[in-house]
Design a protein around this ligand. Sequence first.
Ligand code: GUN
Length: 296
Amino acid sequence: MAAEIISGNDVAKTIRAELKEEISKMKVSGVTPGLVVILVGEDPASQVYVRKKGEACEELGIKSETIRLPATTSEDEMLKLVDKYNADPEFDGILVQLPLPKQISEEKVLMRIDPGKDVDGFHPVNVGKMVVGAETYLPCTPAGIQDLLVRSGNDPKGKHVVILGRSNIVGKPIANILVQKAAGADATITVCHSRTADLPALSRQADILIAAMGVPKFVKADMVKDGVVVVDVGVNRIDDPTTKSGKRLVGDVDFDAVKDKAKAITPVPGGVGPMTITMLMKNTVRAAKVHHDYKG
Ligand code: GUN
């Protein structure tokens, strides 16, 4: 069976077109959504993400500012910067790119962001709202995965979703989102991690498998059942002497091996990645609507 390739690029394009139109209308009423992105240090992956976020803002007509700070930035400087943007009405959303250098507590910084500007959905107030199923800013990667599943005709309702990885950014929130009694959710969830006994026995039970543990090509053909829907969240740069750069991007799934057993599978790149950025744009638009009491 040849798997359907779920194109995050295509789905993201559709949603961005919808958002672009919405933003044009908001601008007529004098509301321009604004996003500030703060990057500390030189992490190459973070630099790529931050650049893509800026480009997406530009494409959609969102006002954006990217603050690039040296890796030596102190925690105090970071907290002061967050305070500054909390108080600035020009910006509806604040995103602090993770990871932060070790002298800065991620927890302290994330807790300092005004929950109403927390378009990443990482503040404990928003995490709490997500867990109880209240309306809030959902973390962008999990929200993008949910949207990708639903829009590709793979509604998780009643399905057994097995998640590999328990990070605060992907594993834990996607489990909480898909277990909700709600449209686009209603799934039965298993979360596996590095201490799980016999992980392949569990992953083989998945109707929908979400791989988000950050190990290149971890999921092999014998770890999935026939007809599985696979969402690959991994972004791993591995050595490949056959390419010009000597590097290649691969997911957490051995795509070539798994695709013949799967009903549908997301590619890397072009799967979850573009959806994450699109959900950030969506959250920023929502924040602007709330801040300006825009009903549209
Ligand atoms: N680092 C990796 N993923 C993310 C994300 O979704 N948001 C932020 N702020 N940092 C990240």
